[in-house]
Design a protein around this ligand. Structure first.
Ligand SMILES: NC(=O)C[C@H](N)C(=O)O
Length: 460
């Protein structure tokens, strides 16, 4: 075991060489050749192994055996680290082995030196990890997940793997995908007289989860604070650059939470903290993504206190400025994107809109005891993406919950949670890809998830 570890660590990942090595060290690396320059005595290779957005230079003697090294090929190289004239480390290779040919002339869609549009790159999903900005995005995505898990762990939240197959439509918006076996013979074999045949696997209709919230609540009633970072699915016919049919949602449920302001403050601190962690671990990749999407890199919302305004105040601001808005204000549904952006610009900071009309929000939200037309709900509006988080205090009174006209019939278990040692809880959900768009400046949500699913497209 020890021997294996030492052997493995001999091949360095390019991202760590400058931190873990010094000039004169011998080193073995592996990677894809991104560019080749042949000078009189030496050939200079730009090599990348997927661990960083910078290229690493490998210098090899210009010999007939090295003549076949070309962009796209995979090599392993062994040699000594030296300092290049520009001050960065480079590898002077004593031996270079070709591990695989690139075959770039035979239909490879990307040219190593050209910058391709995200739309074009997206047409070749299976190959796009070789494109620098996608690789950078994926590393940021990984580090952002780690930052969330570390942060929540430090605060003693318990991570719950909420189910992806469920009987409930938490949001009650009818945006669920149905799940059933594809095999007709299996359905027939499992059929029962009282159950429609297509439902015979689970003895009822089941869906892909739109939110893990209700399951988190069930766990919070025994464990205290919980969270999940899980896939969620929405069957919406939206082509917008901010929507996906399959996305990841970071959801937390806080025990003994009585005030909406405390939830807003939790979200603000959490977002600032995980973003600062990300700036520490991934600044090179973040800047690479921001530059690639022509976005600003200073994230000014990290430095300012965020605002809170009530729904009524927000509507008033919009009404006073209706001539500057692209869409009319509707009191029956939430704000449009341009209205959300207007409110953020008006506040010159991210803003929590709180105290929403009950009829616009789902059954589980706590009704105001002074105004039954309002619920203790919040939407967090951010620059560039608009709504990033939605959350609420949960209705903890079983009598009020039971009398809600939209309470789904099969949620008696949810009401029962309140009966046996019920507590006050509240929580939120954050679209994880929208968060990535916010910090990297990437315009289309399809480019911050490895394999995007959206209307008319489920490739691979
Ligand atoms: N956990 C949450 O509060 C998120 C909420 N259920 C939503 O999907 O918006």
């Amino acid at each position: 075991m020890l021997f294996l570890k030492r052997f493995y660590s001999k091949t360095g990942r390019l991202a760590h060489i400058s931190k873990s090595h010094k000039p004169g060290d011998s080193l073995s690396i592996q990677g894809w050749i991104k560019n080749v320059r042949r000078l009189k005595n030496n050939t200079f290779l730009d090599v990348n192994d997927g661990s960083t957005s910078s290229k690493f230079q490998v210098v090899v003697p210009r010999t007939p055996e090295n003549q076949h090294l070309s962009p796209g090929s995979v090599i392993s190289a062994v040699g000594q680290i030296q300092v290049a004239p520009n001050g960065s480390f480079e590898l002077h290779a004593s031996s270079v082995k070709m591990l695989a040919e690139g075959h770039l002339q035979e239909g490879y869609p990307f040219s190593p030196k050209q910058k391709h549009s995200p739309e074009y790159v997206r047409e070749h999903l299976h190959l796009r990890s070789r494109v620098d900005f996608i690789a950078a995005q994926m590393r940021v995505r990984h580090k952002a997940q780690k930052a969330i898990h570390d942060y929540m762990d430090e605060l003693d939240f318990v991570q719950i793997n909420t189910p992806l197959i469920t009987t409930n439509d938490c949001e009650g918006a009818g945006e669920v995908f149905r799940v059933q076996p594809d095999s007709a013979s299996l359905l027939k074999q499992m059929a029962r007289p009282s159950v429609p045949e297509e439902q015979s696997y689970f003895d009822g209709k089941v869906f892909l989860s739109v939110s893990g919230q209700l399951h988190l609540e069930a766990m919070t009633y025994g464990l205290g604070n919980t969270y999940t970072l899980s896939p969620a699915f929405r069957a919406e016919n939206s082509k917008s650059p901010l929507h996906l049919a399959e996305f990841y949602m970071f959801e937390a449920e806080l025990a003994h939470l009585e005030e909406l302001e405390k939830l807003a403050s939790f979200i603000e601190q959490m977002l600032k903290s995980i973003t600062n962690r990300l700036l520490e671990t991934s600044s090179e990749d973040l800047h690479f993504c921001q530059e690639n999407s022509n976005s600003r890199s200073d994230l000014p919302w990290l430095q300012v206190p965020w605002k809170i305004m009530t729904y009524d105040e927000a509507v008033q601001v919009l009404q006073e400025n209706k001539d500057s808005l692209k869409t009319p204000i509707s009191l029956n549904e939430g704000f449009s994107k341009d209205q959300e952006f207007f409110l953020v610009a008006h506040c010159a900071a991210p803003v929590f809109v709180v105290d929403w009309p009950a009829q616009q929000k789902p059954f589980y939200m706590k009704v105001s005891r002074t105004n039954p037309n309002r619920v203790y709900a919040l939407d967090l509006l951010m620059p560039a993406v608009g709504e990033l988080c939605g959350g609420s205090l949960r209705e903890s009174d079983p009598v009020i919950l039971n009398s809600h006209p939209q309470l789904p019939k099969d949620l008696s278990w949810y009401v029962e949670l309140r009966k046996y040692g019920g507590i006050a809880t509240g929580g939120f959900g954050m679209g994880f890809e929208r968060y990535l768009q916010l910090v990297t400046g990437v315009k289309n949500i399809r480019d911050v998830i490895p394999f995007p699913r959206y209307p008319h497209s489920c490739k691979m």
